[in-house]
Design a protein around this ligand. Structure first.
Ligand code: HXC
Length: 264
């Protein structure tokens, strides 16, 4: 059985490519299991500082696998807690950038929103067309999209099932950047390399703090951020980052990792 994802490494960045091109990367359970296991392994690997998730030129992912779901009963869905596995992808403690070309529909769009941010090609298309299949989003789409782009546009997309172009997705805040299609992966890899060069602890806590903004009231969120900020003053990366600034030299955050990689 061919791998449903492909992983390549460039320095401290992992490029993960969804690999079911004949099905437009439809997200079946086997693919989800492979992707979650790989993402958790990358998150635990101190030599990896960020990952880029991408698909093919035609599709990032055209949704959950409709053929796999079509015959399921409500009991099957509840019993297997269908799609709960994706919570582990979202929760994995590694910066994730979605690099999107082509269709990101249904579950594909929901996976984009599970990533920390997305870089899209001009030809990318986003949507939540589940309503046209007689169902609704099941991987967090109604919740994450409403928080990301607001109630009105989220309702529009989830109720009509229409597809949104990349320029509209950028205006709405669903994606962070739009670039020519051919530059999507290289732009995402460059952003990931920048993240991966920073302090691992600072990046982790920045992700946690921003993510908490979706859950906490402002006052609590500000206090939460401040506690994380204080905690970073116990790290050698804080010493190194500030000393490097004062000494007018680049910070060296990853020397111990590199020494470990050389077997030192
Ligand atoms: C299974 C899929 C698929 C999907 C595409 N394919 N999307 N298989 N699940 N989500 C398969 C097609 O059956 C076809 O297989 C092959 O991929 C190529 O697709 P075509 O339709 O021939 O391509 P094209 O005409 O270019 O149209 C592209 C498309 C269309 C507009 C993206 O494929 C499409 O509408 N797909 C479904 C999008 C969708 O509804 N996604 C939401 C799924 S539900 P064959 O074997 O014929 O070549 C979801 C969450 C559900 O994500 C939550 C419920 C609980």
């Amino acid at each position: 059985m061919p791998n449903l994802i492909e992983i390549t490494r460039e320095g401290r960045v992992a490029l993960v490519r969804l690999n079911r091109p004949a099905q437009l990367n439809a997200l079946n359970l086997a693919l989800a299991e492979e992707l979650v296991a790989a993402t958790e392994a990358l998150a635990a690997d101190r030599s990896v500082g960020a990952m880029v998730l991408t698909g093919s030129d035609k599709a990032f992912a055209a949704g959950a696998d409709i053929a796999e779901m079509a015959d399921k009963s409500a009991e099957d869905m509840v019993e297997r807690d269908f799609f709960a596995i994706w919570d582990r992808f979202a929760a994995a403690r590694i910066p994730k950038i979605a690099a999107v070309n082509g269709y990101a529909l249904g579950g594909g769009c929901e996976v984009v929103m599970m990533c920390d941010f997305a870089i899209a090609g001009e030809g990318a298309r986003f949507g939540q067309p589940e309503v046209r299949l007689g169902v609704i989003a099941g991987m967090g789409g109604t919740q994450r999209m409403t928080r990301l782009i607001g109630r009105s546009l989220a309702m529009d997309l989830h109720l009509t099932g229409r597809t949104m172009r990349a320029d509209e997705a950028l205006r709405a805040g669903l994606v962070a950047r739009v670039v020519p299609d051919a530059e999507v992966v290289s732009t995402a890899m460059a952003a990931a390399a920048e993240i991966a060069a920073h302090s691992r602890a600072a990046v982790r806590l920045a992700r946690e703090a921003v993510a908490k903004a979706e859950e906490l009231p402002l006052g609590e969120g500000v206090r939460y951020e401040r506690a994380l900020f204080h905690r970073l003053f116990g790290t050698k990366d804080q010493r190194e980052g500030m000393a490097a600034f004062l000494e007018k030299r680049p910070a060296r955050f990853h020397e111990p990792d590199e020494a470990a990689e050389r077997g030192a």
